[in-house]
Write a protein that binds this ligand. Sequence first.
Ligand code: SAM
Length: 266
Amino acid sequence: MPITRSETKPQAKHARHDLEIAIPVTRDHFDQDEEWVVVHHENEWRKVRLHDYAEVYSIPGLYDRWVYDIFRCRSPQKVGGLLDQALKRESIDPASIRVLDLGAGNGYVAKVLSEYGIRSFTGVDIHQEAAAAAERDRPGLYQNYIVGDMTNLHERGRKVLDLVRPNCLTCVAALGFGDIPPEVFAAAFNSIEPDGWAAFTIKTDFLDPKDRSGFSVLIRRMIDQGVLEVAERESYVHRVATDGEELVYTALIGRKRGQTEPSWVV
Ligand SMILES: C[S@@+](CC[C@H](N)C(=O)[O-])C[C@H]1O[C@@H](n2cnc3c(N)ncnc32)[C@H](O)[C@@H]1O
């Protein structure tokens, strides 16, 4: 059968079906930042930790196969559905939304949001390999992709934000666990236009008053001080872990009604 041009495109959905992956069979609990697999790539089996993002993204299809197919992650769909619901309630056209996708990775979140009619995407990630994987797996989806640190953004990144003026922060499956810390989340939130939107997911335990990650204090202050006006809040299963445990996250969608204070980041 002839191979069409689109079938030869190196997109994630094609690459992920060719990958051979072995997942540890275990009842032992791994912390989320300790999970690993072995993957067959370039004629050898390699052990890769999920949180070694540079290595994960450099293997075409690995992130999507592991997180979305095997771990059945549904966070982008949850955030997309709730954001769509909130926009519809306020009769806001999704085409007017300009997303700043923090911890964008290889672009799965932007892909889901584009299915709801959102067209403007600026990615931000700390890893260059994430930007390269987004262009490899979902070419052209992001008009801009900033590789950098939102608390200390380089000149080029600041210019992009000044030009685009994002009015919606998305941050999916990227808060805590050595990924995005509270100060980076706060800086990204503060960069959104007044009365814009925030749509994010966070492990529900991080919202518990006993939590020590800093997110519980920051997000409770944002809500209590009226800086984040919650439109939708839902607890759901984010994905399964290596041992089969269901990981419970909270999705929050809200309007930005002010700036965070530095003292809220502890
Ligand atoms: C679990 S992945 C989630 C990727 C994507 N949001 C998704 O849901 O498919 C977490 C992402 O956060 C990024 N990340 C970690 N620390 C960061 C930081 N300080 N600033 C920006 N991105 C960061 C990682 O490189 C990685 O791409």
